[in-house]
Unconditional design. Structure first.
Length: 613
């Protein structure tokens, strides 16, 4: 009898040793593999050489952002790196710095735009890069673009080139702008889910998908006006760059077919005829053209060039001397959420902490708040605005620089600044407010689950499984109405307007930066550098440094950040191959993310859904 436990024990120990052995082997393989990757990446950086007369290849892969999200090690391990991963993030400041350095670098003779993997970047950021390219060209150097195809965003940036080349089998896809979204009212009815919506603002359409099956007439009016304004900016810029008429860009289906017939169905030939591109070249033909222009590379296989990522690594510098006076830059990017959020996102607590850090830093004499946000939690937005007020009370000027969008909650945190800059294509305004509570009493009852009990008040008995009484709905609606009154009162006070004037341009309406200037919602049109200059001027600074104020990473976080930044490009690309299934999942993920952004403790939101173009 006594042998059985010992047999079971030995079997258990043997199994555990085998499992534990595989566990250690797996961990060691990952650890030593990462060490090897880091060594390889560091060794490769030492060999980067910029030959005289080289072309700088701007192979921008990913999304241009004002601030990168904190690297998640698991997520990073599953991605293929900067050069292959179109979902990577690239700092706008890095792109502009690289172009500016190249303009002053005698080793760089021209820039080649390789934009195949450039994704989802707002027009205001593309315009900033285009302005840097214009400054580069002003030095007498040239810019060329080469691609197998050009999407609308890629083509906007390519239009700043002196020459645009297209693969003979390629195309230029200029589609115009649209605003379509999913609507869930009928689905909610079938699932017996009740969406209780509270809002103020004729044009506050963020909640429409949950209470309608189509876009309201007011939303269509506002969206179409906004899209036409944005498209006018796009078309005017591209047409001027290419010396063509604006109406030759976005063609009707009939016009497109007629132009296509002229080239016997050849899209690339049509692009030449329309003067969208200058010439058609295969990859080999473009290589030979560049060899003639800048010379053959040392390995004899290509033309002399250095890509964006390598050139960035060899030109990044850190100032040896730091001036005492600084203009601090705080980036507020993404949805406004509550609590503490990681780098690259906005948190009521974490973003307030950054502003507080600037306030208590004696070397920071003024602050630029770079806002790139559609809004979110009303509570978190007010937390951040209170820190803006505290900075002003400490006699430190606060200048807002609006990026692609600074609307709803993004405008709330901007309104109290001493001066507000937007770009012509910034989406801003959306001065409105809404709340939404979803209850499931009917869907649960349909499967035999019911809620019952007692409470000492209506509020104590509140539950998502119980529904809302008319009295509670009236109280919530009153809070929303008060919130809207507070919003327009804030704008009226800060922008020296009457409540009636603000209400006329509010109601949830979204405006471009150009229109916002006319309406008095912003003070000027300009980029981040304009805001920095204005901040220094208001603080009476003649000599100063700029300092991006960020949450300090722990040594462990810093190690992970740098390790994956260096090692990501060595990960196998097969891990990130996309498919139609991925696209469908991404579409639904966007809906889920929108729900996740609703985390206000009072259920009150300052959010611009129209900003997600």
């Amino acid at each position: 009898m006594s042998t059985k436990p010992s047999i079971f024990k030995r079997i258990f120990l043997l199994s555990w040793n085998i499992i534990n052995g595989f566990r250690k082997l797996f961990i060691n393989l990952i650890f030593f593999g990462l060490i090897a990757i880091i060594i390889v990446s560091l060794a490769s950086e030492d060999t980067i050489q910029v030959e005289d007369g080289s072309a700088l290849v701007l192979n921008l892969a990913g999304v241009i952002v004002d601030q990168k999200r904190q690297v998640d090690p698991i997520e990073a391990a599953m991605k293929s790196g900067n050069e292959a991963d179109g979902s990577a993030e690239i700092l706008l400041a890095d792109v502009i710095s690289v172009i500016n350095n190249a303009a002053a670098d005698d080793r760089i003779s021209q820039i080649v735009l390789d934009l195949a993997l450039l994704n989802g970047t707002g027009m205001s950021k593309l315009q900033s890069i285009g302005d840097a390219l214009e400054a580069f060209k002003a030095t007498g150097k040239t810019v060329v673009a080469n691609g197998d195809w050009y999407g609308q965003n890629q083509y906007f940036l390519a239009s700043f080139a002196d020459k645009i080349y297209l693969n003979p089998q390629g195309s230029v896809q200029i589609e115009g702008l649209s605003r379509y979204r999913l609507y869930f009212k009928s689905a909610f009815e079938k699932l017996k889910i009740n969406a209780h919506v509270f809002r103020v603002g004729t044009f506050k359409s963020a909640v429409e998908p949950f209470i309608r099956d189509d876009m309201s007439a007011a939303a269509k009016e506002a969206n179409l006006t906004l899209l036409n304004d944005l498209w006018q900016s796009y078309a005017a810029t591209v047409a001027a760059n290419r010396d063509i008429e604006t109406n030759n860009l976005s063609l009707s289906a009939e016009q497109y077919l007629a132009e296509l017939d002229k080239t016997d169905g050849q899209s690339a030939e049509m692009a030449v005829n329309m003067k969208w591109v200058d010439d058609l070249k295969s990859a080999e033909e473009f290589r030979l053209t560049m060899v003639d222009a800048v010379g053959k590379s040392a390995d004899g296989e290509s033309y002399k060039h250095v890509d964006f990522y390598d050139y960035l690594s060899v030109t990044q510098t850190h100032p040896v001397l730091s001036l005492n006076d600084k203009v601090g830059i705080v980036v507020a990017k993404g949805n406004i959420l509550n609590g503490s959020q990681p780098a690259g996102q906005i948190g009521g607590e974490s973003t307030s902490q950054l502003l507080r850090k600037a306030r208590f830093d004696d070397s920071v004499k003024a602050v630029v708040l770079r806002v790139d946000s559609p809004g979110g939690s009303a509570f978190a937005s007010e937390q951040i605005r209170q820190e803006v007020l505290a900075l002003k009370a400490a006699n430190k000027p606060v200048i807002v620089s609006m990026g692609s969008y600074a609307a709803s909650g993004g405008y709330w945190i901007s309104a109290s600044a001493d001066y507000i800059y937007a770009t012509p294509t910034t989406l801003t305004g959306s001065i409105g407010i809404f709340g939404m509570i979803t209850t499931f009493e009917d869907s649960l009852a349909s499967i035999g689950v019911n809620t019952d009990g007692v409470s000492t008040s209506d509020w104590a008995g509140f539950s998502a499984t119980k529904g809302l009484s008319p009295q509670i709905k009236a109280v919530i609606q009153r809070h929303i109405e008060r919130g809207y009154h507070d919003f327009i009162s804030l704008v009226a006070n800060e922008r020296d307007m009457t409540l009636e004037q603000v209400d006329n341009i509010a109601q949830g309406r979204v405006w471009t930066g150009r229109k916002a200037l006319e309406l008095g919602l912003v003070d000027g049109l300009g980029e981040l550098q304009d805001a920095v200059t204005k901040a220094a001027e208001m603080a009476s600074l003649e000599q100063y440094d700029t300092d991006v104020i960020e949450r300090e990473l722990t040594p462990q976080e810093q190690f992970v950040q740098e390790m994956f930044a260096s090692a990501a490009s060595y990960m196998p690309q097969t891990l990130t191959q996309s498919s139609a299934v991925d696209a469908l999942i991404n579409q639904w993920s966007a809906v889920i993310d929108e729900f996740k952004s609703f985390d206000d403790p009072n259920g009150v939101y300052l959010y611009c859904d129209t900003c997600n173009y």
